[in-house]
Design a protein around this ligand. Structure first.
Ligand code: OAD
Length: 246
């Protein structure tokens, strides 16, 4: 394990296939609160208590108030230098026209900031906060209203709408998960960025990639369980560190 940013920059430069797994930490410098650690709590509720089907069944209004609050913060947020560095990495690893990209961005984030920054090959493991799904008829639609007028919001069919995100205890979207597994299994370098790496199965992608031969780098403000197995650990802010990899 080394903290040499130069060696990692070289590995990134030479690799033809890279996966970055991002978490809430990459959006922290944009003003979006993380889930764990300082600032992770909302009105004394932990996200683990709010981001569950049980919490929604018990108190949909409370859960929606939290998402409405998060949506209002995300609406005001702009992508930061970390998001932009990953856009540039994708540009550099673009394949032949029409061919597969050598860079896959797998994100646990639902904030859409990677899209807004300009990343194209984005795999969203946990859904998207700007989508809603009807609990009655199942229809999915984009909804960018901030703040929402009524909580919980209602579908045209009269059913209640839920956030289009994955909650604890729910399966990940199958196609996204398959894309993430395939890219991770083929990666030469795997970057875990701004994630506490405690939520599975997402965190398991790093282990999967390493077992398949990738070198693993962790870029995070605090220590993570991946550090012990990582080839590089870069402690600090992703908005400062990622641009230095280019
Ligand atoms: P967490 O909140 O668990 O972890 C964010 C990590 O980012 C922490 O380890 C921080 O130290 C680190 N961090 C904070 N600011 C940073 C910065 N500027 N640069 C780099 N690192 C920084 O967020 P996730 O790992 O994304 O799931 O959490 C995983 C999942 O748990 C989320 O997708 C969400 C959550 O509950 C669901 O809702 C299903």
């Amino acid at each position: 394990m080394t903290d040499s940013i130069g060696a990692l920059r070289q590995a990134v430069d030479e690799a033809e296939r890279i996966v970055a797994l991002t978490g809430a930490g990459i959006s922290a410098e944009s003003g979006v609160p993380t889930f764990r650690g300082p600032g992770g709590l909302w009105r004394n509720y932990s996200p683990e208590k709010l981001a569950t089907p049980e919490a929604f069944a018990e108190n949909p209004r409370l859960v929606w108030e939290w998402y409405d609050w998060r949506r209002s913060l995300i609406r005001k947020a702009e992508p930061n230098a970390g998001h932009l560095a990953l856009v540039e990495l994708e540009r550099r690893k673009a394949g032949e026209a029409g061919g597969p990209s050598g860079f896959t961005l797998v994100t646990q984030n639902v904030d859409g900031l990677h899209d807004r920054a300009g990343s194209r090959n984005v795999v969203k493991l946990h859904g998207d906060i700007w989508w809603v799904r009807c609990m009655g008829c199942g229809v999915e639609q984009r909804n960018e209203q901030v703040p929402l007028e009524d909580l919980p919001p209602r579908c045209a069919c009269g059913g209640s709408l839920r956030p289009g995100v994955v909650w604890f205890g729910e399966p990940l979207p199958e196609a996204e998960w398959e894309r993430a597994v395939e890219a991770s299994s083929n990666a030469q370098v795997f970057l875990a960025v701004g994630t506490s790496a405690v939520v599975y199965p997402a965190a398991g992608l790093a282990e999967l990639a390493q077992a398949a031969g990738a070198r693993l780098a962790v870029v995070n403000a605090e220590p993570t369980p991946l550090d012990a197995m990582a080839d590089w650990v870069l402690p600090g802010k992703s908005g400062e560190l990622l641009p230095r990899l280019l």
